[in-house]
Design a protein around this ligand. Structure first.
Ligand code: PEP
Length: 251
């Protein structure tokens, strides 16, 4: 039996406006999430979401942070600034940042460490491309991505946050991994963590991300090593995000 509480995070990506966000927050406040929830808006809307979620029990996350200490880094945001603005969580190493903004495994690891040093709870993302999966390299790619993070952060530290398995081919495509495909990778991630620290591996929340919707969330979350989700497209509609938070297996 798992004692890990379900965690569901909304990644709004580069979407939203003050008016749309206000509507989303109003809907969320009317029906607070049925599990631990994190909402990750673009930086400029963090303060709006911090005040909009006050009293709901939900947390605010950022979508990224700088891998360096505060100083002369134009356009960047330090983890300490996010904490100062009321943020508790931060997504690190999303595949869009890896692919479109050149984030290497080493940069992702440095960001995870910075987040922890700043008192933030990182959601560290790993995932393979379709080409890598087709070549039978899923396990080795995920292991290498995770290993880079483990070079800098112990599993016990990382367990303050979460890891997200997000197959790149499933993100935004409408084609989720099957529950068994996701479970297989989650089990491998937990086994890799357990080789370092069995207790931390047992405590770590492993989220699945990639085309999670209200209609497929329950069967994904029913897998023994899937402890929740990182939700992109479906999180833009409050009712869909709330339905995913509340997803229950039948029978
Ligand atoms: C994501 O980008 O983290 C994600 C899971 O997106 P989507 O739910 O839209 O596939």
């Amino acid at each position: 039996m798992t004692l890990r509480a379900r965690l569901v995070a909304a990644n709004w990506k580069m979407n939203g406006s003050r008016v749309d966000n206000a509507r989303w927050l109003e809907a969320f406040r009317a029906q607070p999430a049925a599990c631990e929830a994190v909402v990750c808006p673009p930086y400029v809307y963090v303060e709006q979401v911090v005040s909009g979620l006050a009293g709901t029990g939900a947390f605010v996350g950022a979508q990224d942070l700088c891998d360096r200490a505060a100083g002369a880094w134009t356009g960047e945001v330090a983890g300490e600034m996010l904490r100062d603005a009321g943020v508790q969580w931060v997504i690190v190493g999303h595949s869009e940042r890896r692919a479109a903004f050149g984030e290497t495994d080493e940069i992702v690891a440095a960001k995870a460490e910075r987040a922890l040093d700043a008192g933030l709870r990182p959601i560290v993302c790993v995932g393979e491309t379709l080409e890598q999966r087709s070549a039978g390299r899923t396990a080795s790619v995920i292991a290498a991505q995770l290993d880079a993070v483990l070079q800098r952060c112990t599993p016990a530290r990382l367990a303050a946050g979460a890891l997200a398995y997000e197959p790149v081919w499933a993100i935004g495509t409408g084609h989720s991994a099957t529950p068994q495909q996701a479970q297989d990778v989650h089990a491998a991630i937990r086994a890799q963590l357990a080789r370092h620290d069995p207790a931390a591996a047992g405590a770590m929340r492993l989220l699945y991300g990639g085309s999670v919707k209200p209609g497929n969330a329950a069967e994904l979350f029913a897998q023994p090593d899937i402890d929740g989700g990182l939700i992109g497209g479906a999180s833009l509609v409050a009712a869909e995000f709330l339905a995913i938070c509340a997803a229950r297996a039948h029978g």
